[in-house]
Design a protein around this ligand. Sequence first.
Ligand code: B12
Length: 148
Amino acid sequence: MTQTVILGVIGSDAHVVGITILEQALEAAGFDVVNLGVQSSQEEFVEAASANDAEAVLVSSLYGHAKQDCEGFHRRIAEADLDVTTYIGGNLAVGQDDFEETRAFFREMGFDRVFDSETDPEEAIDALMADLDMRSTESEREGHAVSA
Ligand code: B12
């Protein structure tokens, strides 16, 4: 079954090149991609995930305001009762401080994986395939448990 991924640049950020490359790489890997484009609000991500029954939401941010733009994002996802894998990537902080601190911050916020701006799209796609496979195996197991 084709898996649907929501992709977009959050907040007032207008950097479009990264998500265009990601969109092409995800499509080449067989995903259905809904690309919200730049300057997308939290609501737009959540509505698109819900409307398209998406498996994953990929947030991009380049201009250094990701922390502010993502505040409350996972609360909205939970309120919409969405079961999605969430990734964020790009230039997530102002300047290039210790990325491990940045990663820890966004993991704490609720993102399943956090990628820096050096990330090769193939690396993120491999991770996504592994995470979504694991999810479907888990839900199959849950399904068996219910029917048993
Ligand atoms: C081109 C560019 C612009 C263009 C954008 C044109 C456009 N429509 O896209 C313009 C001139 C408009 C611009 C404006 C600004 N920019 Co600018 N811009 C750049 C620049 C030079 C290249 C970005 C780019 O296209 N890279 C190429 C793509 C392929 O790489 P990428 O975007 O990094 O994406 C890859 C990865 O990051 C990763 N990735 C990205 N998102 C995600 C998400 C997930 C889930 C995953 C897995 C991976 C992933 O995968 C992508 C593909 O390989 C960068 C510097 C740089 N070298 O990165 C600065 C840069 C991003 N800009 C910067 C800034 C500050 C701005 C402005 C705020 C400047 C200003 N004061 O006005 C404004 C913001 C405007 C706005 N509203 O967004 C800073 C951000 C600083 C920070 N985060 O600390 C940078 C890093 C420059 C710098 N060194 O200071 N910018």
